[in-house]
Design a binder for this molecule. Sequence first.
Ligand code: 5GP
Length: 181
Amino acid sequence: MSALHPDLKRVILSTEEIQTRVKEIARQIEHDYADAERVILIGILKGAFIFLADLSRELNIPHTVDFMSVSSYGDAAVSNGAVRLILDLRKPIKNEHVIIVEDIVDTGSTLQYLYNTLKLRKPASLRTCSLFQKKRESKDVPIDYKGFELPDVWVVGYGLDYADTHRTLPYVAELRAEVYE
Ligand code: 5GP
């Protein structure tokens, strides 16, 4: 691996570790939805787009993808807890089997907002999938498919950014606190 960018403190998860876990999650979903006609994976932009692309290509059951975008943090690593819908789904999800695919759950505000918003549209089923969850107290949102628990530090890579930088790193790394403080 080439030298770490000076903004980064350490690699937390390697490409291989992430890919192995993505495959495991795909197997779990295939098992749980073996009898479903199809599943709709809803990727939350921008952070989940790389995870969604890998998960979708790994998944051997009929499924489609759609996207939503919400705003909660702006460019800074601090949240005020408010969630705003920026981009909605292209199609209705009534009577469909839906899985929300998130990159990371921190306080849980974003996932809770998405879950409540989509539940009102009466899908046949609604589950949640997040590749990462931070180890700290968060809202009581069920994460049905969870990849990894992470320490409470700002992480970048594999779709996750800091002010739109470091998003396309193939691994997940901890951002140095000096960069965002
Ligand atoms: P929550 O609403 O759960 O507090 O925050 C979830 C959202 O915050 C995620 O979808 C992600 O956009 C952002 N977020 C939280 N922690 C991190 C992090 O460590 N790195 C990055 N890049 N985004 C984060």
